[in-house]
Structure formats: C-alpha cells, structure tokens
Ligand binder design. Sequence first.
Ligand code: ADP
Length: 555
Amino acid sequence: MTAKLFRNSTAVAVSVMVLSIALFLGMLYQHFSDQLMTELETETWLVAQGVELNGMDYLDGLNTENRVTWVDRDGTVLYDSQADAATMENHGDREEIQQALTDQSGTARRYSSTLAQQTLYAARRLSDGTVIRVASAQQTVVTLLLSMVQPILIILALALLLSAVLASRMAKRIIRPIVNLDLEHPEDCDTYEELTPLLFRIKHQNDTIQQQVRQLRQKQQEFAALTENMSEGFLLLDRQGHVLSYNSGALRQLGAQTPKEEVNALVLNRSENFRQAVDEVLSGHRSQQMLHLNGRYCQLLANPVMQGEEQMGAVMVLLDVTEQEQREDLRREFTANVSHELKTPLTSISGIAEIMQSGMVKAEDVQGFASDIYQEAQRLIALVEDIIRLSQLDEGAVNVEREDVDLYQLALEVVKRLESAAQKQDVTIKTMGRSVQVHGVRRVLDEMIYNLCDNAIKYNRRGGTVAVTVGPVEGGVEVSVEDNGIGIPAEDQDRVFERFYRVDKSHSKDISGTGLGLSIVKHGTAFHDGQIHLESTPGKGTTVTLLLPQTGVNA
Ligand code: ADP
C-alpha cells in the first residue's frame, strides 16, 4: 500500500508538473508571438513611413533581418527583400494584404512557401494604395523557447526528486497509523476518523468471535468431561475411517496408545474382528463384533452416521463385557459340572437297580445293594441341597430375616453335631474363644462353620486335631478353623473356592464331597460383607479364617 501511495502521488506530481510546464511553454509561445507581431506591426509602420517618403530608395537602403515586400494595388509584387520580385506570384490573395487594402492594416500567421517556414505577417496600406508587408519567421519564437528548455529540464528534475522524497514520506506518514492499528482492541485506536466505522465493525466481529470461541470451548470441555468419564469406549470416524474423536475408554479397550496425529481407525487395533467392523460400518452397514484383548472381552457396536442418503462417517461404542462373559463362562461350566455330578450317582443307582431287576441278586446281597443305593441317593440329596444353597446365595435370595447370632454358641453347636464324624476319623475337635454377636442369617452362618469344620475333619489324618476359635478382633469378629491335616498345595489354594473344584480328584475320590462346600463359605461370607483368608501347608495343615463385621452387643 505504501508503494502504491508513493507511485500514485509521484505520478500525480509528475503529471501536474508536465502539464504546468506545457501550459507555461504554450503561454510563453503565445506571449512571444504576440510580442513579435506587435514589433512586426511597428516595424511595418516605420517601413511604410519610409517608403511613403523615399519610395524604392528607402527599401534599397533598408537593413533588416525581416523580409520586406512591397505589393501593388493589384497584388503584383513590386519589391521583396529576400526574393526576386519579378518571379514572385501575385500576392493579392494574401490574407494580410487583403486586410490592409480594406482596413489600412492587416496581420496573418501561416506557412510561407517562399521562406519555407511558419511565418508572421504584418501589412500596411500606403497613401497610394500599395501595401508594405513585413514578415518574420515564427522560428524566432521557437528559438526563444528552446533556449529555456535546459533550465526547465533542470527544474523539472529537481521537482521530480523533491516530489519523490515528499511522496515517499507522505505515503509512510499516511500508512503508519493504519499499520499501527491494534485490531485486538480497535476501540482504543487513535487513528483516522474515516476508519471509525471499520474499527467499530472489527470490534463487533471480535466480540462475536470471542463469544463463539468461549461457547465452543465450553461445549468441548463438557463433551470431553462427559466422554472421558464414560466407562464405555467411544470413537467417531469420518467417511475415510480417520479418527475424529475418541475417549480414553476406547483407547484402553482397544489397547491403543494416544495417537499423536490424526490416524486411521485401523491403526488402533489390528484384530480381524475390529477390521471387519470398520470395513462394514464404512460401507454403510451396522456392525457388532466381540473383541478379545489382554484377557478382557469388549463388545463393539458400530453404526454409520448418515446425512440424508450420504454417509458422513461412523460412530463406534465399545462396552467392556468381561464380567458378563466370565459369568456366562462360569454358568456354562457350572451347568456342565452339575450335569456330570448328578449323572454319576444316578448312573450307579440305575446300574444297581438294573441288576436287582434282573433277579440275579442273591437275597443276602440285597441289603448291600440297597445300602449302595441309599449312599448314592444321600450323595444326590447333598449335592442338590448344596446347589440350591449356592444359587440362593448367588442371587441374594436368602429371604430369612437377619438376627443377632452368637457365633461362639453356633460353633459349639456345629462341633457337637460333627463330634461323631470326628471320632470316626480319630480326629479331636475343640472350640475356643468367647461369645461374639454378628447380625446375620443363622442358617447361612451355620452352614459356613459346618463346611469349614467338616473339611477340617475330612481332610485330616488319623489322630489329627481341629481347633475352632471364635472371638473379637480389630475391625470385626473372627472365626478360624485350624487343622493339622493333609493341607492344600499352593497352586490349588486360590482355586478351592471355585465351584466343584476338588484338589487332586483321584486322591479325594475316597473322601465324600461335592466340591461346593468352600464355594458356599465364600458366598456366605460375601453375603455378610466379610472376608475370607486361607493359609495352608501341604502335610502340615490348613487354617481358614473368616472376618465378619461386628454388629450387635458382645456378651
Ligand atoms: P468338598 O465337598 O470336596 O469338600 P469343598 O469346596 O469344601 O468341597 O473343598 C474343595 C476342596 O478343597 C476339597 O475337595 C479339598 O481337596 C480341599 N480342601 C478343603 N478344605 C480342606 C482342608 N481343611 N484341608 C485340606 N484340603 C481341603
């Protein structure tokens, strides 16, 4: 803009100067011409006076640079100072001659074929009717003007230089306030009045933009807060599959790092199922896939985003369904185990009944077979009861009301019921501690202590001991069942609480059990908001400790 201003003002200055000089020269030319004509008229008058007095003699003795011509009344040239009068054509038709003949004097400017240049003429009629004419070449004026060209050019050059310097300074001065405008705060700018509406407009637009940016930022923060706190993963893709937006849940579930730049969704996860979901959704179809990553299950729901008929992109939601899947696995495993465990005694019963039905059993063996059927039936009943208890605990369907239960008294009762079983195994069982109250379901607590004591007797050795200790501890009530029996190998200690899990099945085949006892204890403890802890050394013994929240009043 500075350059343009400079160029324009310099051009204006140069044009004005050139025009002024042209006008000036024109005026000078006119002035000189007029002056020359006046001088010519004066000279003509003088020559006319001389000829009036002395005739041709005067002309012969005349010494002048100008051309003098004497023309007769009929136009015949009588004398010419620069040409042979006899050879000259009739001059009666010349403008100045005709004027002089009619008006006494006349003037004219035109091209002279005799002098071969632009010429000024002044003519005067004498008393005898003849005409004296003096002519001067216009060149005299041009010569005069030419003599002025050099100083004019010098002045012109100086003026040009001066106007260039001034134009440059002026352009900078005009531009400076515009360059220094603070467009962030246009209202504080002290500049040209003409710019005020523009600055006002800029301020208005600044305010609008700032307000929109604030609103946008707020919306972005709200959106980020919302998506970041979602447990579900969220991915937004454009129609080429580039990730437009995501939350940390999505990256976590896909096992991806935070992308440093815009990436294609396929970079986030290389699994076949994910690729298939992306391909399907980008081709405009809904897709649902299950991803299995780092031991976790993730359900992927992908939906195309449409605008009218055109697909704009896709949205993907990732749900962590590990727990559902694990529950489903457990349920499948449980069903398979239950079927198997139920089938075993039923097969025995069916086999024995078949033999008896065939009539091949001797009368003295019938009792033995009946006893076997009874044992298997008891096993079935125990199994079914355990399954029912477990499923009740599982579903929180224990609908007996809670009450304050003295755990010490309960332990004494359980131990009493198991004494004969202990004696059969040659195991000594004793109860220690003092009364402590727990707010819970008596039947469930009974089963828990019973199962622990039953195990401690069953998985013991002859002459072994079982110690049941009940008492208050920091943070609640503790029940521990300690035996010095066969113990549990370290690798099985975590698994014994699983349903139907039995350590070394071939070994414990001889010991009756459903593999559900400790599972019932675990669920019963959770039902009472307690904790369970197992410590065991193979060959030395096992201690299972329950910590239950203490409620009610201790005796
Ligand atoms: P079960 O009906 O087989 O006793 P449990 O769930 O009560 O089922 O126990 C699971 C397994 O844990 C048992 O089969 C046994 O191998 C092991 N176990 C439980 N308690 C003890 C213990 N006190 N000493 C040694 N092994 C034990």
